[in-house]
Design a protein. Sequence first.
Length: 230
Amino acid sequence: MASGDELSTDAFAFPSSAALSPPVVISVLASILERHIARNERALAAESRDRDAAASGDDAGEDTAVTRRRVRAFDGGTELDMSLGAFLERFSRYAQVSPAVYVVAYAYLDRLRRRGGGVRVVRANAQRLLTAAILVASKFVEDRNYSNSHFAAVGGLDAAELAALELDFLFLMEFRLNVCATVFQSYCRHLEREVSHGGGYRVERRLEKALVCAGEARAQQAQRRHAAAA
């Protein structure tokens, strides 16, 4: 539990008893992650024998070994004792995380999966991986944030552990954190399609702090030049 001095330095105070309703994106993201976890755990069980056989050689490069260590840092310890929806709602309720943060966090998790570093969400790493992803996404999206120790308390982790996990997360992401407006919108559409059978969810799409992709910037410059010449 953070001390009173620590809380006084945070950007916000705890919300009043009239708690805000959780955004739609929480229900959408929790549903998708539950299915990802089930699929990933089936895949890992099927791959275990091959992985054990391939792991016999320690001739992997130093960079690969460091990446594996960073991935393993999110495993072990305790598993969530609540539903993913309830866990994600905690960040909305107690850290005032905006809907856009969840979308960006999901984009980060998808990038980690695509990088081939073996980072897949399962029960054993969901608490640590999601807490780190939400923390980093919040710092990218929001202008003001709670302290790391506050995020750690919301995520049920030790402050020192979360600090180390944040660093591991950043290195696994290769510090490429930008999610431009076009990519953000595409992830919103992806989330909506994933659960469209459940009743026409629509994810909140405001991302005020999005940077522009290089292609978008060039297109905007061309439009301005064309308008000026007209």
